[in-house]
Design a protein around this ligand. Structure first.
Ligand SMILES: [Zn+2]
Length: 129
């Protein structure tokens, strides 16, 4: 017996469905605002890294962004993965990355990948071109 049925027969049922609809809309709005937060955090981390001031929280901003994405089941796009490392949450610079183009076979078809090697943790990210 649900919460709706406790109040009585049919007239309350319509109100119940509209309530669920409103809840769904709120969830969608939350998802959009969380996506905005993810990109804002990563942008801010990159900005702080370029400023050359020693900010100890840069890694935490990136980690928080990845955790938020995991919570709402959102896949972070390729462009963002080119900027930050997923494994150690460090921002990619010329000093700490090695970039190569590699080839691989998938179902007898040649595919080209951009492999980004993080030198501070050793994680390799492959992005298909
Ligand atoms: Zn790394």
């Amino acid at each position: 017996m649900g919460a709706c049925q406790a109040f009585g027969p049919s007239p309350n049922l319509g109100g119940c469905t509209s309530l669920f609809r409103v809840m769904g809309e709120n969830m969608v709005k939350n998802k959009d605002s969380i996506k905005q937060k993810i990109f804002l955090l990563i942008d801010f981390a990159i900005f702080e890294n370029e400023n050359k001031k020693i900010n100890p929280y840069i890694k935490r901003y990136v980690k928080l962004a990845f955790e938020l994405a995991k919570k709402i089941n959102y896949r972070i796009p390729k462009e963002t993965h080119k900027l930050v490392c997923k494994n150690c949450f460090e921002i990619r610079t010329i000093e700490n990355t090695k970039i190569r183009i590699t080839k691989g076979k998938v179902n007898h078809n040649l595919k080209r990948y951009l492999s980004l090697h993080c030198l501070s943790c050793g994680y390799v990210k492959k992005i298909s071109i």
